[in-house]
Design a protein around this ligand. Sequence first.
Ligand code: ZN
Length: 332
Amino acid sequence: MIKNPQLAEYWNKPVSALATIDPAEDDKPLSEALCERHRIYSLTLMAITHHYWNGLKRGRDGDYPWNPDPGSADGKYLRNDYIGHNIAAFAVDKLGFVMDFAFNHNKLMNSSAEHAEARLVRRIFGLNQIHDSWNVTSEANPVLSDYNTFEEVTLYTTLESCSQCSGIMALARVREVVYLQTDPGMYMIGNMLRNLTRGTDLESPYPRPASSFGLEHFGQLDTAFETFTTEVAANPFHIAPNGKKDKSPSLTSFLCTALARDIYAQASVELDAMESALASGGMPLKHPGAHPVDRKGEVVPGGLTNEETLKEALSFRRYAIEKGRRSTPHKL
Ligand SMILES: [Zn+2]
């Protein structure tokens, strides 16, 4: 007898039912305006990731057959030391403001658990507490009864979340997680957790593949990763000076290839074009006046319009690239 109703619902169903998000659960077909918002944030995250791109996962020595031209201007980071995987996340609040961003820092911290989403959630909790007073006797500062900081937060991540990050996002009550590439090694854990927690106090974020709002880079990254996994046995990712070949179909290795980098570069170019258009008085958006909606589908008062969202995103990109120390990006 399974007492947990969520688990009971799936107990006698195939795993495929547990791993598939019910299409009826989506916020209805996404409006064009909402697709545009998701696109702006996704391109911004890709552009920041591209700026900090580094490719020499196995160090400076040896050859990287998948990085055919590491000395080119566009690949300026490819001959630098490897600081961390090219995986990043940022969080957007209810009004549409970017809260903060984080990179995966497994490499920098010599750990296998320093994933972007987990680091981001922990830091935002910390940042909120910076502004929290110790003076609980003050009427203006009542004792908080819960920690639902993220209930209206959308988190964007370049890669589908793992079990750790899905769990941490569930604990934080993140509303939705948008991911820009599938990670087949994570066996759809985000979907499963969502199905098992839907409607509970511990609801895991709605996992949204970027394909759902027409981001072509999603399919391009998945296809390119498939090419990499198929061909890496014959064409190694790295050949060490002693001749040792790295033929592992690792996703973080793929994310060091020029194949992946060029897809990120396209996103960056598109964002640059939007910025130029705005600067010259043009309007690169189809729905500049559209407003954000909350999880009930109601317009958020005071929320950023799509035009303001684009300006916010461009401004955040500038911060992340020019300063960005708060988030320990790929920069020492
Ligand atoms: Zn993770």
